[in-house]
Each structure stands twice: as C-alpha cells, then as structure tokens.
Write a protein that binds this ligand. Structure first.
Ligand SMILES: Cc1ncc(COP(=O)(O)O)c(C=O)c1O
Length: 399
C-alpha cells in the first residue's frame, strides 16, 4: 500500500473522531518511526506517553513471541491462575509503595479509573466524587464525568451525577468541598493532558491528610506519570503520599494495551467476589509484556536517564524562552513530561506543523502548549537531534 491509499481507506471507513495528520506510519525503531514512503521522523510523543522504552523494542517482541507460543488467554480467564500474572504481581510489589498490597489489571487507563471510582463508592458507602478542573481521567461515561475539561464533557450532558470539581493545587478549595458524601478524590499527581501542571511539594501531602480526615478515599491517577515518566517509578511513591488507589496504564506495557490499579490492604479487605472483573483483565500476554517492560526500566536504571534527559530539555527550552520571550511564555514539567507554552494556540499550532514538516512529532496540548514526552530510554544524541528540529521550528515561526 502507499500512504495515499491508506489515507483514503481510513478517511472513508474510520469513525471521524480524530483530526488526522496526513502521515501513515509503517514501522518504528527506538525513538524513530518511518512512513510508508520511507521518510524518517523522530517521535517526541512516544505514542502519547506509551512506548516508554521505544518502538519495536526487542524485549517486548521477545515477551510477545515467547508468551504467545504458550498461551494468550486462560481458560475461564481470571478464574484460573497464571504464572505470567503471578510473575508480574511479584515485580509490581517491588516497585509499588509497600502499603498498596493488592493489584488488578485492566486494558486501559480509563478502565482502571472507572473501577477505582466504582470500588471507592462501594467501600465508603458514599456517592460523591471530587476531581480537579483541567484534569483528564478517560473517555468512558464515568471517567468523562470525572474529567475537568469542558471539551470532553459538554457534548454528552447530562453526565453522571455526583461529580464535583475543585481547583488543582489548592488545598483550601478541596477542604471546602469535602463533606460526608464524598467517596473519593481523584487526582493526577502532575496534570498531563490539562497542560503539564506540577503542584507544590506540600499539596499532595495535604490532600492525603484532608481526605483521611474526611473518610474520603484518595485515588492517584498515575496513568500518565507512572513508570518513570517523570523520573521516579511513581510520583506519589516518591513523595510518600499514601493513596488508597493508584491507577496505571500507558507506560506499563510499552505499547501493548494494558493497565491496572493497586489498592491498600484496608480497601482490599472490604471487597469481595464479583465486585469487579473483565474478560481480558490480567491476560497472560499483557502480563508477560508488562513484566518485560518494568524489568527493563529497572535493569537499565531508566529513572536516571529520565532525570538527565529531562534537565537537558529544560536547559534548551530555557534558552529558547530567553531568546524569544515574545513567543514563549512558560516552560514546565518534570523528567520527560514537559511543556513549552507559546504566546497563543495559533503560535503553538504553527510550531507543531513546522516540527512535523521537519520530521519531528510533538503534541499540541491545551491550545497554546507543546508537550514533549519522548521514550524514556532516549539517547542524548537523539534528544539533541529532536530539540534542534524543535528550535529550528520555533525560529522559523518567529521569523
Ligand atoms: C492521567 C490520565 N488518566 C487516564 C487516561 C485515559 O487512559 P486511556 O486512554 O488508556 O483510557 C489518560 C490518557 O491520556 C491520562 O493521561
């Protein structure tokens, strides 16, 4: 096939939910991808924070091949045991905060959040859920209800009742909103889709204290921040914030659709057979891939690479800001979850287009931002190559 044929087929038959970029990607390797005509691009989006150890990663291929030669899906699914699942559970216990004693696997981040909300209602016997403005928690009806962005909500009103919103980073706002009806507070420890907002260090600890005081369960949505995206394995783990649920997806299996949630022993002790489930939950194939990815993150000390590459990015971006204060307003983020804020959405769109023309994928975020979140094992030379393209794009737009 050629790109033109692929465009025609997708444009005709695929549900029109995405404004498509006219590029048909055929293959990838590490941080690079190639289109059907053989043109090479650098991927600074890692498939939206998913391909955390690069495209066509050999350890993932090996896990897929060897597990698929054994078994993909158990007879009676979760009713039977699986050594692949047991192996992943043991490894997860190594990387999760120790108070999170029980884990369940899902197929996506939205599904993990949906389950955490549902189970928090059961455990507390309360109905209300508080979330934050600008948050993103998924696109199912309950996670869209918990998402604090009008564009994901307003077309589907009325959404689920009993969802309320507070200002991200403001503990006083949360304090006022909490009452005896609130089952759960769901929060991203760093807001990703909302524009990469990093709260103050004390905020999450205060959130934990307020929730505890009110008998409200705290759900940390680490779908985007988990698995070393910002440096540590989990943001809440590093900060010593004791959450009741920690939800995850994206980087957990490096591109294979997989997710999960971990919960405290106290929460788990209130749950019983039939409270949750799912046909593919904890399927051996996903478990084998997730195990290979997490092993890779640990064995290659990926956290250290993220810290180092993240500082290089921030230093370059600070230079751009200094040279073009009229174009760049802010630079923020942590590790390899970063955002450059441009003067306005039109500016950011032009820079993103210029990047693509020059062979670099970036992600325009919340209009005026451009998010940079490449594979976590990116090498310095690859990073510098991508940053040089981005700089040239900024300069072309400024000119
Ligand atoms: C913080 C956060 N939560 C949940 C989701 C939804 O995950 P999924 O697309 O796997 O359902 C996302 C996706 O971007 C996310 O960033």
């Amino acid at each position: 096939m050629s790109s033109i044929v692929t465009f025609e087929i997708e444009d005709r038959y695929m549900a029109p939910f995405f404004p498509k970029q006219k590029i048909s990607i055929e293959r990838g390797e590490g941080v690079f991808v190639w289109d059907e005509e053989g043109r090479r691009y650098i991927d600074f989006t890692s498939g939206w924070g998913v391909t955390c150890i690069g495209h066509a990663q050999p350890v993932i291929t090996e896990a897929l091949v060897s597990q698929s030669r054994k078994i993909l899906q158990n007879p009676n699914s979760g009713l039977t045991y699986s050594p692949a699942r047991a192996g992943l559970l043991l490894l997860m216990k190594e990387v999760l905060p120790s108070h999170l004693t029980h884990i369940f696997f899902s197929n996506s981040g939205a599904e993990a959040n949906d389950a955490a909300i549902k189970l928090a209602r059961k455990v507390t016997g309360r109905l209300d859920v508080i979330s934050t403005h600008q948050s993103f928690h998924g696109r199912t009806i309950s996670t869209a209800s918990a998402t604090g962005q009008a564009k994901h909500r307003e077309k589907f009103n009325p959404l689920m009742p009993n969802y309320r919103f507070v200002t991200y980073g403001d503990p006083d706002d949360l304090k006022q909103a909490l009452d005896s009806d609130v089952a759960a507070f769901i929060i991203e420890p760093i807001q990703g889709e909302g524009g990469v907002h990093v709260p103050s260090k004390l905020y999450l600890k205060e959130v934990e204290r307020l929730c505890r005081e009110n008998g409200t369960l705290l759900i940390a949505d680490e779908v985007q921040t988990g698995f070393c995206r910002t440096g540590p394995m989990f943001v809440t783990g590093e900060m010593g914030v004791n959450v009741d649920f920690l939800t995850m997806a994206k980087g957990i299996a490096g591109g294979f659709p997989f997710g999960g949630f971990a919960m405290s022993g106290q929460v788990a002790s209130r749950l019983e057979f039939g409270d949750h489930g799912g046909t593919y939950c904890g399927n051996p194939l996903g478990c084998a891939v997730a195990h290979a990815v997490i092993r890779y993150l640990l064995d290659h000390k990926i956290s250290e690479n993220v810290e180092k590459m993240g500082s290089i990015c921030l230093a370059r971006m600070a230079e751009w800001k200094q040279n073009h204060p009229e174009a760049i307003g802010d630079i923020r983020g942590k590790g390899l979850l970063l955002l450059v804020e441009f003067a306005d959405a039109e500016y950011a769109a032009k820079v993103a287009d210029e990047c693509l023309t020059r062979g670099l994928f970036v992600r325009q975020t919340q209009g005026s931002g451009i998010r940079v979140f490449p594979a976590l094992n990116i090498k310095e030379a690859e990073l510098e190559e991508g940053l040089a393209v981005m700089q040239a794009a900024v300069e072309a737009v400024v000119a």
